[in-house]
Structure formats: structure tokens, C-alpha cells
Design a protein around this ligand. Structure first.
Ligand SMILES: [Zn+2]
Length: 262
């Protein structure tokens, strides 16, 4: 029975109703059957709004491990662990609460329309080299990077709201804060003995390019690495990642409150 570690997730939905979800470690592929947090809208605006974006979904399963672990399932489980940690202090919205496809502009639109103060995208990676490992936290640093990804979903989807504002102007406002969020999460992961290899970098990532708020993407490991695939199938390991990410987010908001972030 030790092999099957169950997690009880108490998820408060937006209407404050509590649901209990039993999530066996080895049933990640069935996660879509469970009731998960509501997606895409916010009622309580008195708390900071954070949008958690589990990567992939539906026919887009993302990276696949040699044991068959799918990125789309791992990201969904981790997203819900993070939501569980954050929902006391924040209004947390998920872009995806089941196994279905969403395109990138839908995801950033959810964050923009809810006036989120933070967007966290969760992914895992795959590599041709099976030994590649570690956690990567990425933020969009230069607006010139966007030439690689010319789409501007925030502008397109919000119509008049950003009609006279260039994407460069929108994103420039968020660069410093995005970097700060990344630093806070990176620091927490680095302080843990469990995650010896992790890095913070800037990257031209399309999922971050339409977000009108600080945004980072966290790649939590490589499913192409058999050792990491095993870890990413372990709910305790995911809980530990979720804890460090959540406390890193807390640190970011504490800094913002104390105005130590410009
Ligand atoms: Zn991915």
C-alpha cells in the first residue's frame, strides 16, 4: 500500500463549498474525472487574484515519459496542490480544471479578464537526452523576444481596452515584477535540499507574451529522464514543489506590500 499514496485535497470552490478529492498517485491519468476548482472567473476581488495555468490538456498531452506519464496530468495535479496552498490568502483561479484543450490566448485571456496580479504557468519538459534534469523558472525579459512570437492575445481579446497601447508598453511594465516573482520562487527552491538543480532564466515564451501582469513559467522537471518521471509521479514530491512555489509567491507579495519591488 506504500506504493499508492493518496492525497486528500480540500478544494474550496468559489462558492465556498468544500469538496474532498482522493487522488491516488498512480491515477494521474484519470484526474480529469474529479471535481476541480472553477475556472475562468472571479467573485472575490478583495484578495489579490492569482491565475494558475496548468500546461497542455486534451489532445495536447505535452511531454511523455517512458513509463507513459503525461505532462498534461502532472501539471494539473501540481496546479491544484498550489491552489490548495494559496487559496486562503488569495483569490486563485485556474485556467484548466480538467483534461481538455485550451489555446494560449484563452489562457492569457482568463488572466487578463480577471485582472490577475500574477500568472503562474506550470509545465514539465522533455529532452532528447535522457539525463537532462532540473527545474527551470522562466520569465519574459526583453520585448524584442516577442518577434519570435508575434501574437498579442491580450490586445486582440480586450479590444478597445488596449487599442492605443503597444504590446511593448504593456509588457515593459511587468518585466521587473516578473523577474522578481521568478527570483522569489527560485530562492525557495534553491534553499530546499530536494531540488538541487534549478535555474532562473528569461526566455521568449508565448504563454507569457500576452499576459498583462507579472508572469512566470515553471518547468518542474524532465519526463524524458526516468528518474525525474518517477519523482513527478510521486504526490509527496509534487507537494514539496507546490510548497516552495507557494511560499515563493508569498514572499513576492510580502515584498510588494513592503514596496521593496519597484
Ligand atoms: Zn509543456
Amino acid at each position: 500500500m506504500d506504493e499508492i499514496k493518496c492525497l486528500i485535497l480540500k478544494i474550496n470552490l468559489l462558492n465556498k463549498t468544500a469538496f474532498f478529492i482522493f487522488l491516488p498517485t498512480l491515477m494521474l491519468s484519470t484526474v480529469g474525472f474529479f471535481m476541480l476548482p472553477a475556472t475562468g472567473f472571479s467573485k472575490n476581488l478583495s484578495k489579490p487574484v492569482i491565475v494558475i495555468n496548468p500546461g497542455h490538456g486534451g489532445h495536447d498531452h505535452g511531454a511523455k515519459g517512458t513509463e507513459g506519464t503525461l505532462e498534461k496530468n502532472v501539471t494539473l495535479v501540481l496546479a491544484n496542490l498550489i491552489i490548495e496552498n494559496l487559496q486562503i490568502k488569495y483569490q486563485v483561479i485556474t485556467t484548466r480544471n480538467g483534461d481538455y484543450f485550451l489555446n494560449i490566448s484563452d489562457r492569457t485571456s482568463i488572466a487578463n479578464h480577471n485582472k490577475a496580479s500574477l500568472l503562474i504557468s506550470i509545465h514539465a519538459s522533455g529532452s532528447y537526452h535522457y539525463k537532462t534534469n532540473g527545474i527551470t523558472i522562466a520569465y519574459l525579459k526583453k520585448t524584442s523576444d516577442l518577434a519570435v512570437f508575434p501574437q498579442t492575445p491580450a490586445i486582440k481579446n480586450n479590444g478597445n481596452a488596449y487599442k492605443h497601447t503597444s504590446w511593448d508598453e504593456i509588457h515593459n511594465n511587468q518585466i521587473q515584477k516578473s523577474m522578481e516573482v521568478g527570483k522569489c520562487i527560485h530562492k525557495k527552491l534553491s534553499q530546499s535540499n530536494l531540488f538541487p538543480r534549478n535555474q532562473l532564466l528569461h526566455s521568449p515564451l508565448s504563454v507569457l507574451s500576452g499576459a498583462n501582469m507579472p508572469a512566470v513559467m515553471i518547468e518542474i522537471g524532465y519526463l524524458s529522464n526516468p528518474i525525474e518521471e518517477k519523482k513527478l509521479n510521486n504526490i509527496e514530491y509534487l507537494s514539496n514543489i507546490a510548497k516552495e512555489i507557494s511560499t515563493g509567491i508569498d514572499d513576492f507579495y510580502s515584498k510588494a506590500e513592503n514596496q521593496t519591488i519597484e
